[in-house]
Design a protein around this ligand. Structure first.
Ligand code: PAF
Length: 309
């Protein structure tokens, strides 16, 4: 199993970032520490208010904002975490380069009506260092599809999300459906560990040409940006074929891979799976999901489409 020592990331020295000074009129409080966060939460919980969390890596775009809006419809208070979690990045991945845009994120969240921004340093989340931290792992589901190509990635995700659940103790947590495997794994973790948190899935937001919104789209050159919507077209075509009665899943997957290679991608996988447990699709399945991951230049893009038969 990979764990962050292999990211080659040196730990930052222990830091106690001050909380952002909030103007009287600034409705979005930004906190860096767990005690400051808990002080805010205490008052809300005392008043009987329901709290939702939207966990993010930051560099927020419209897709994240739609999750905040969904959270606002579900709960009285919305906490957004912005934390570039080192334990979910593998060696050679973009941990160091991942865009850190906290001021921009703060402005967007203020406009979106979030109540609290939690932006902890690494040693707040992993006080004994991320290399020797307790790992929360969902076996099986974490090792397939993206997990097969990014070993340890989902252990990093479940390790940080479980910590955020314990730190914030939210009533609800909102995750994007674009990261369908992540959502499935978090649902399993929530059920297995009896977290009293309702998991809510937010629909994928797309550009007009179908490309799913993602922070990693900014890695695409102009030429690659022109190719990128073919990912969505390929999963949509597969979804249409399934709805039209196609049941040769292996042939659909082979066709999907070939389409992507022809368009200029380096696909990791193109898979038709059971939408509940991500097992290979069977003839009796009524809810399927088509999942894809493919490299295009510097970017690794993912997409999916649910298919109800
Ligand atoms: O989907 C993401 O942005 C991240 O994986 C998450 C859920 C915030 C955990 O770091």
């Amino acid at each position: 199993m990979y764990w962050p020592s292999r990211t080659g990331v040196t730990r930052r020295p222990s830091t106690a970032f001050p909380d952002f000074p909030a103007a009287e009129s600034d409705p979005l409080k930004t906190v860096r520490t767990i005690p400051a966060l808990r002080e805010m939460l205490r008052a809300w919980k005392h008043a009987g208010e329901a709290v939702a969390i939207v966990p993010t890596l930051g560099n927020l775009h419209e897709g994240h904002i739609s999750l905040v809006e969904l959270a606002r419809r579900q709960a009285d208070r919305v906490v957004v975490s912005v934390f570039v979690n080192p334990t979910q990045f593998g060696p050679g991945e973009d941990y160091q380069a991942y865009p850190r845009t906290l001021d921009h994120d703060r402005r967007r969240l203020m406009r979106a009506g979030a109540d609290l921004l939690f932006a902890p340093a690494v040693d707040v989340v992993y006080p004994r260092g991320e290399d020797s931290a307790t790992v929360v792992s969902v076996p099986g589901l974490s090792d397939i599809l993206c997990g097969g190509f990014r070993p340890g990635h989902f252990d990093g995700v479940t390790s940080v999300v479980s910590r955020l659940f314990n730190i914030v103790q939210p009533d609800f947590a909102v995750f994007g459906q674009k990261d369908y495997q992540q959502l499935t794994i978090i649902r399993r973790m929530q059920a297995d560990l009896h977290f009293p948190v309702g998991i809510i899935a937010g629909p994928t937001l797309r550009e007009p040409d179908g490309l799913a919104l993602s922070s990693r789209n900014q890695y695409l050159s102009d030429a690659e940006r022109g190719i990128a919507p073919n990912l969505y077209r390929a999963v949509s075509e597969c979804g249409d074929r399934l709805r039209a009665g196609a049941r040769d899943y292996a042939a659909l997957e082979t066709h999907g891979m070939a389409t992507l290679v022809a368009a200029g991608f380096r696909p990791d996988y193109f898979a038709v799976r059971n939408a509940d447990d991500l097992s290979p699709a069977q003839a009796m399945d009524r809810r399927l999901v088509v999942l894809v991951a493919a490299h295009l230049g510097r970017a690794r893009l993912i997409d999916n489409q649910l298919v109800d038969l």
